[in-house]
Design a protein around this ligand. Sequence first.
Ligand code: SF4
Length: 327
Amino acid sequence: MSAKPVTYTRNVFIPVTNMCRNNCAYCGFRRDIGSGEDYLMPPADAKALIAKAAGMGCTEALFTYGDAPQDPRFRERVRAIGYPSLTAYVHDLSLYAISLGVMPHTNAGVLPAEELRDLADLNASMGLMLETTAKRLPAHSLSPLKDPEVRIRFIEEAGRLHMPFTTGILVGIGETWQDRKESLEAIGDIHRKYDHIQEVIVQNFVPKPYIRMANVEPPTPADMVRVIRMARDILPDDVSLQAPPNLTDHLDEFLDAGAEDIGGISPVTQDYINPECAWPSLDALKAKGLRLRERLPVYPKYVKRGWYGKMVKPLIEKYADGEGYRA
Ligand code: SF4
């Protein structure tokens, strides 16, 4: 087991809606509008989760959902809960989180530039998985916003706003080893240009019986070790590598290969994207020998520069010690 410190955030996971304009073949989260399993989280429910998280010492509210559908029925659903747009709803939830001492980190798919700017003011950091630079993957044949050029443009736009950013690759969705290398190189290039990529998630595809890719073999642990080593070689040293701890039994090998962060661990909510994969408890991770260190949703380098949304400044000043971590 790695002796180096492993960082994490204490967060609450808020899947605002499971309706999405894309339809990725590996996704078990998305539901069709009108399917009966679709939802838009009611404001009272979302706020109750945030309040519970605040009471449990969480510093991060992870607002995660796919790309907002263009279907008029979706817009009507959003209007019915009192908001002109999904972004306006998340804006309101973000203000509520900040008022309770919890910093937003929004991963909302590809947003129009003005909506990105609006939410950037309220976020400690934001995220969007690049997933892969491979074009025309069968897994993305029904997902117009999984065009890698569209996603790279969005990540660059966040860089122009000096918004610390989490991105990553999804391993095992039909891409080749060359695609993996090129995806990591593309992220490295963006970071060298805008200097805002704080962490890169190296995430393994996990098959589920109810997805279109149910019978696709996932990457092996050895594949993941190889791709994490590749990421460490390709990415600049100041970009942290994150391995989700609930998607593997081989976390110790991934940490030894170069991962140093395990992302959000929530004492409040499950991983709604992979509900069958429970987050390990902090005690269980410590019992495995991990030297855990809690961090804020914005990395120390960006705390020092003042690169975060202006609305979270009082919280950063409250929580960050000299290194940007909680004391
Ligand atoms: S993976 Fe994300 S973008 Fe793709 S269908 Fe699921 S929610 Fe939408």
